[in-house]
Design a protein around this ligand. Sequence first.
Ligand code: ADP
Length: 449
Amino acid sequence: MFDKVLVANRGEIAVRVMAACEELGCETVAVYSDADRDGGHVEYADEAYNVGPSPASESYLDQEEIIDVAERAGADAIHPGYGFLAENADFARRVEETPDLTWVGPPSDAMETLGEKTKARTVMQEAGVPVVPGTTDPVDDADEVRALGEEFGYPIAIKAEGGGGGRGMKIVRSEAEVDDALESARREGEAYFGNDSVYVEKYLEAPKHIEVQVLADRHGNVRHLGERDCSLQRRHQKVIEEAPSPALDDDLRGDIGEAARQGVREAGYTNAGTVEFLVEDGEFYFMEVNTRIQVEHTVSEEVTGIDIVRWQLRVAAGDELAFAQDDVAIDGHAIEYRINAENPAADFAPTPGQLTTYRPPTSIGIRLDHAVAQGDEIGGDYDSMIGKLIVSGDDRDHCLERSKRALEHFVVEGVHTTIPFHRLMLDDETFVAGDHTTKYLDRELDADA
Ligand code: ADP
């Protein structure tokens, strides 16, 4: 195992990774920007280094500085968490090429292949995995897009090669919208991901978002840990995630799990990853692979009892996965609520400020992943997440009952939060029945879907 791990991230995920390091007997190194001098992850780590000013581009995204700190601190591995540099294949390669440093993540080659959505689609198709109908090459011009619209039937989605979180994705409902949509998808792709290449997919009207957690070691073993249902989304961003999905039967569950395994095997993947699918009318279609630990990995941990971050570290250190696919059992139900400093009554606008009161719920069935305490500032420099509330129960109904109790006893003052919104969802018939699709919330909130 590693002696010392640098965690190139902040907030709850940095603390989550450090917790796993600690249990494995590794020392931890934090990096922080000027805004995070008093950050929870700085306090948690054994050592901490300032890597620059508050803007992420000058600190958490400064590849050179982070590698330099790792060397100075004598770290032997870097874990990127999620966001920031986590899916940056160039950074992964730099870490791989630095003597005495190990990248806690997939090989940079696999990240590169899967990070480009058209390449990923090709790999999956070769592995026999059904993909969302669409192109496996980038499209050149509006005429080509119109021809594809004819072929697949509208609506179609124009998606940025490097896109994610709904960014760089434009929905086209008729031929007349093609020109504008193409231009803005390219513009967003360039602005957010530095890549203006786009491709076209059939746009499904009412799918479920189902994703499969995978773990692969360097000895050829690939396991899946079942699925998560992330269908409750607002403008293509996940709001509540759960495991298992209320919408899958055992056959479909088994098929999707196996497809995910086949796909990552084909890509030469190791470490933890997520294969995302859209599911509609009992059919599943590959959408993309996320080559990192995800925000919502927690719910899979809760229902399988498998510590995914611990395995990320162990696999990166060369260990073999110690369990067979048949050993993975789904027990009970878990739901994650993202507690963000946002005002649900004002279009979920971020509301930075001080947590004048912060009293999270306790007791049976509750897991809280956070890196804040009462009196802390939720700044405006990074995302608005305060923490994640993960509730477990014997089954979904039990989990929902517990969630009511947990959210009722979660007291935050000083900033608006998403707590009142989550509480409303627990009284929402469609959500409670598990019948919601990715389009449900936008329709309910009357946002432009
Ligand atoms: P990410 O999963 O990284 O957020 P995307 O931007 O590709 O990446 O997708 C975000 C969300 O947009 C998905 O969860 C899904 O709700 C929706 N979406 C993406 N592609 C399609 C599609 N072809 N049809 C319908 N919905 C889609």
